[in-house]
Ligand binder design. Structure first.
Ligand SMILES: Nc1ncnc2c1ncn2[C@@H]1O[C@H](COP(=O)(O)OS(=O)(=O)O)[C@@H](OP(=O)(O)O)[C@H]1O
Ligand SMILES: Nc1ncnc2c1ncn2[C@@H]1O[C@H](COP(=O)(O)OP(=O)(O)O)[C@@H](O)[C@H]1O
Length: 195
């Protein structure tokens, strides 16, 4: 880190404010965080659809997808997860600068890493969405069969089993998918965002 030297920021003639004016809305990040199987992908897909239908320019970044490309050199050690989230924070900032409402769906298990992104973007542009669900619920859903593998010892350091998940302390939005339906969670997030 910090290896770039002799670099100078170059301003554009089209500003972030110009792009936001053209779009008719501001950029922001809806940062979904939660255990594997809590519902981050499912809910963020539906929220994006609803926002798009309202004329909002969106883009969604998803853990599984980003790890196929940009972050394919990263695994699941604490350091790799930290670097994964740092890069996504930086990509999100670029997307917000481009005027987009960006939805990210990453476990992002460490509070400090999420707080760093809040600092990078500022409170107005960083909306933390805690997708809450017990490990028991996630394990019973097990959409990819990963909990089963983790219990069998075939995956080491699986979040919620033998790797930590630090719950947000003061998220802007909490959806509890143990108790709420998908539709209720989507509606709650869209209403918060649209106002
Ligand atoms: N060890 C371990 N722990 C947790 N998850 C694992 C692991 N190995 C693979 N997977 C799969 O990778 C997805 C999580 O990737 P993320 O980039 O969101 O993780 S992190 O934020 O860097 O912790 C996660 O996807 P989701 O289920 O969508 O959360 C899993 O499918
Ligand atoms: N109330 C609910 N809210 C969201 N997802 C739910 C709910 N009940 C069951 N599910 C299911 O749980 C699974 C969540 O998986 P996914 O969205 O991939 O989670 P994550 O992205 O957090 O790993 C999906 O198969 C979804 O259909």
């Amino acid at each position: 880190m910090g290896k770039s030297e002799n670099i100078v920021w170059h301003e554009s003639k089209v500003t972030k404010a110009d792009r936001e004016k053209l779009n008719g809305h501001k950029g922001a990040v809806l940062w979904f965080t939660g255990l594997s199987g809590s519902g981050k992908s499912t809910i963020s897909v539906e929220v994006e659809k609803e926002l798009h239908a309202r004329g909002i320019h969106t883009y969604r970044l998803d853990g599984d997808n980003v790890r196929h490309g940009l972050n394919k050199n990263l695994g699941f050690s604490p350091d790799d997860r930290k670097e994964n989230i740092r890069r996504i924070g930086e990509v999100s900032k670029l997307m917000v600068d481009a005027g987009l409402v960006t939805l990210t769906a990453f476990i992002s298990p460490y509070r400090e890493d999420r707080d760093n992104i809040r600092e990078l973007l500022g409170d107005r542009e960083f909306i933390e969405v805690f997708v809450k669900a017990s490990v028991e619920t996630c394990e019973s859903r097990d959409p990819k069969g990963l909990y089963k593998k983790a219990r069998a010892g075939e995956i080491k350091g699986f979040t919620g089993i033998d790797a930590p998940y630090e719950e947000p302390v003061n998220p802007e939005i909490t959806v509890d998918t143990d108790k709420q339906t998908l539709e209720e969670s989507v509606q709650q997030i869209v209403e918060y965002f649209i106002g």
